[in-house]
Design a protein around this ligand. Structure first.
Ligand code: GLN
Length: 198
């Protein structure tokens, strides 16, 4: 079974652990950088990206996660996690991990529609994925290497760039585990490929 961690500094951690278990992975809450050595993939959950970044700096996760990514291990960011993965954030001079070539806007759906749910087609996942948006970002633009997996009202809300996956919505808040299954499959495939060369 592949081992997938959920960064457990802040945010919707437990829900992701459950969704990963339901998707056939062994799931772990990651609170220390050393734990990254024991896992094959990682979820960056939703929450508050600025708070999460502060805690990531405090516990030394910025360099450790860049290393993790360089080893080819997959990362899946949801909502605040998507913001952490972006190479650019609208209105900010600097971004965080910069692992996906895309520009995101925070809280992009505005106050009137603070939270909402909608069934969306998500490429490779399904035609009717129940997407829950909570003070969600969306993606304004993507680089050439970034594949768009889902849009809502012409706004990009899910993307993949190689081993990195991101969604503006919260797939951990429903019992539809197809998005987590998609990620667990990515982790499995990459682990098998890497093992062949060891
Ligand atoms: N608005 C939050 C942020 O900017 C993200 C919201 C969420 O993760 N539900 O980090």
């Amino acid at each position: 079974m592949v081992k997938v961690g959920v960064l457990g500094l802040q945010g919707a951690v437990r829900e992701h652990v459950k969704a990963l278990q339901e998707s056939g992975a062994e799931a772990f809450v990651i609170k220390r950088v050393e734990q990254l050595d024991d896992i094959d993939g990682l979820v960056l959950p939703g929450g508050e990206s600025t708070t999460m970044r502060r805690l990531m700096d405090l516990y030394g996760f910025m360099d450790a996660l860049k290393d993790f990514a360089e080893q080819g291990k997959p990362i899946f960011g949801t909502c605040a996690g998507m913001i952490l993965l972006a190479s650019d954030i609208e209105g900010q001079d600097d971004a965080h991990l910069k692992l996906i070539d895309m520009k995101v806007a925070r809280n992009a759906f505005g106050r009137q529609v603070d939270s909402f749910e909608v069934d969306l087609p998500v490429k490779g996942v399904g035609n009717d994925f129940n997407a829950v948006f909570i003070r969600a970002p969306y993606v304004i633009s993507v680089g050439e290497e970034t594949e768009v997996l889902a849009t809502y009202n012409d706004n990009i809300v899910a993307v993949q760039q190689g081993t990195f996956l991101a969604a503006a919505f919260h797939p951990e808040l429903t019992e539809d585990y197809r998005m987590h299954e998609y990620f667990v499959d990515m982790v499995k495939t990459i682990k098998e490929d890497t093992c062949q060369f060891l």
